[in-house]
Design a protein around this ligand. Sequence first.
Ligand SMILES: Cc1cc2nc3c(=O)[nH]c(=O)nc-3n(C[C@H](O)[C@H](O)[C@H](O)COP(=O)(O)OP(=O)(O)OC[C@H]3O[C@@H](n4cnc5c(N)ncnc54)[C@H](O)[C@@H]3O)c2cc1C
Length: 395
Amino acid sequence: MNASFDVIVVGGGVTGAAVGYGLAKKGVRTCIVDAVPTFSRASRANMGLIWCQSKALGCPPFVRWGFASSRAYGALAAELKEASGIDTGYAATGGIIPCLGEEELAQRALFIDKLRAETEDGVYPASMLSRAELEKKLPKVPFGPEVSGGTWSEMDGYVDPLHLIFAFRKAFTRAGGTLLAGERVSAVTPSGGGYRLDCGERVLECGKLVLASGLGTRKLALQLGADIPVFPNKSQVLLLERIPADVLPIPLLGIARTFGGTVMIGAAHDQAGMDRDLHPETLAANADWAARVWPELARKRILRFWTGLRVWPKDAYPIYDRIPGHENAFVFVMHSAVSLAAILERTLPDYVLGQPLPPDAALFTLSRFADGDGFKGSAASSPHATAPAKAEAAS
Ligand SMILES: Cc1cc2nc3c(=O)[nH]c(=O)nc-3n(C[C@H](O)[C@H](O)[C@H](O)COP(=O)(O)OP(=O)(O)OC[C@H]3O[C@@H](n4cnc5c(N)ncnc54)[C@H](O)[C@@H]3O)c2cc1C
């Protein structure tokens, strides 16, 4: 079946699903085409943290962008529940980064002070916790002897990533959108001011095109003459047996209880190209860190482990832009898309429809790569680096 749409979104991970839903609910005739993920599985492999704190020193707009998404999440979760009938498991729990040793605690405090100094009003919604305060927040977690305290932000939270995508997709189709799941776009060609997409036996046409195809974006954009600097960043995740909800009601960066009650441990960052092999030494290092934070975890059964490839722009900040030379083709790639989903859904559809990007997103265009590497600093936060500004991330 050939078909024509106002907008086609290639990619139905969290980014494409959020943008597609936002468009469909505005009455725009929208199609999402989403291939069965092979390598590009970030939206299915992640930890579901809505993580805002201790990120992006040197880039206040990204800090504000993340907090804005966090503030919008409650309304989004309620709207999706209403529109799709699916509970995303969203919980405004706050979040904690545990620290091992006094040096790490001092580094974290310094990092938050620096982030605070970069705000316009001197208010940064995160604070330090002593060990006693940490224990008060999580009285059922017997922390290891090395744990010195941590950082706390009420702006962090949790959402179940699979339920989030399903909710977006169902709400999208209920709003009149067309979802072509399990179909791969193989060719993109400009055609009469819009685009023609080859998709298996089908030919699809659209006035506007959105590439939200994660690590598949580069290949598609090259067909339109643009090299989008986005690369895989590998993580490995361990899944442990279920624990009761009241044991870990607040996620720790790197250790989180899932919607279903299992415990996820994940923090690794490797620039290893498309390698998806499991490396036991990396898993062991993550597990060792988690057991130093919470020794009881060492006695829990491991249910599963997997690798996931993050969608990692060259400087770790998002890319929201038109494809150079293409007024009607857009590219949206980023890590932390789960955290950002609420602000993506709220703002990027208007951008596709011709509005400017919101001020805090306006600098995340491709022009920053004109002289090479993009922004300095890190858009990410790391659970167990002694130098928190390192370009590592668990979320
Ligand atoms: C282990 C791990 C933990 C993470 N933890 C967190 C976290 O706690 N919080 C957070 O905010 N973020 C986290 N992230 C990052 C987050 O998962 C990603 O930012 C997000 O999933 C990216 O979503 P996306 O839709 O942009 O890309 P993807 O999830 O990669 O989706 C792209 C989709 O496009 C499809 N596609 C590609 N090419 C084509 C084509 N030619 N035709 C049709 N379809 C195509 C793919 O099949 C895929 O379904 C984590 C990532 C990993 C790997």
